[in-house]
Design a protein around this ligand. Sequence first.
Ligand code: HEM
Ligand code: HEM
Length: 242
Amino acid sequence: MAKHALSTRLWHWVNAAAIIVLFMSGLNISNAHRYLYWGDYGFDPKDAWLSVIRFPGWATIPQHYNLAMARDWHILAAWPFGVGLLFIWIAMLANGHFRRDLATRPSDWTPAAVIASVKAHSPSGEPAHHGYNAVQKILYGGVFGVLLPMMVLTGLSISPGFEPAAPWLIDMLGGRQSARSLHFLAAWGIFGFFVIHIGLALTDWRLILEMFTGGRREAAASVAPTPTPEPAPPVEGAIDHG
Ligand code: HEM
Ligand code: HEM
């Protein structure tokens, strides 16, 4: 059985490409008005909760400031991103990947599980061939379940064409400017995940290769439980209180 289903691999690389375009075109859009507000209205920088830096050309799509082109790129990439998210959710609920590999149990949320996950990732640790550890499950689950859907919801709600179709969405998010601020913050949340994720993936290039080829999942039977140690022989001269 492949370690990564074809649906996971297809989604993963389409999504990665779409997110890079979305993030870099988003930074160009941000340069158009570098102030973020809470609530419904905002145009005066003195009411802003955050004054954002101007992002340099190398970080933006296109490389020069052009709001119309940046929006075209953003919407172009938003389609494969949004449709891909819907596709992967349906696929991983149908093929059991979510229940089997990503859903957490209460024991995954304990400090001991987090320490075990970090140890497993250290150079001397066991390579994780028999599934994701607790930290991976929590982070991947958070990306699938919180960050990525939030990008779609906040992104749709600040799209001028969509707003009249679902004004309740904006109300739910606390107003148009709040939705925009949340969109911006979640984009940086994804950036943070992306940096750590790539950093860890690059420590073992086989993991990256497997995200293309599918790799092989080790049979559950080969993950033998640790044998129970033999009871220690009675110590010579020990006092038997029994
Ligand atoms: C379905 C997905 C998405 C849609 C429909 C969408 C839509 C939009 C729209 C309409 C804007 C313009 C806001 C404005 O003019 O005030 C925007 C801005 C932006 N988007 Fe997205 N977006 C999506 C996904 C993403 C993703 C995945 C990222 C990054 C990982 C991202 C990053 C940004 C950034 C940084 C801005 C600039 C925020 C600002 O200062 O206004 N977007 N997005
Ligand atoms: C282009 C750079 C990227 C590389 C090299 C990369 C690499 C990888 C690798 C090697 C794995 C498998 C980890 C393992 O088997 O232990 C993985 C899984 C995953 N990656 Fe990425 N990734 C990239 C971009 C992204 C982006 C942008 C996102 C989303 C924001 C993302 C989200 C995920 C998720 C959710 C999984 C778990 C997939 C599953 O099993 O359902 N990755 N990635």
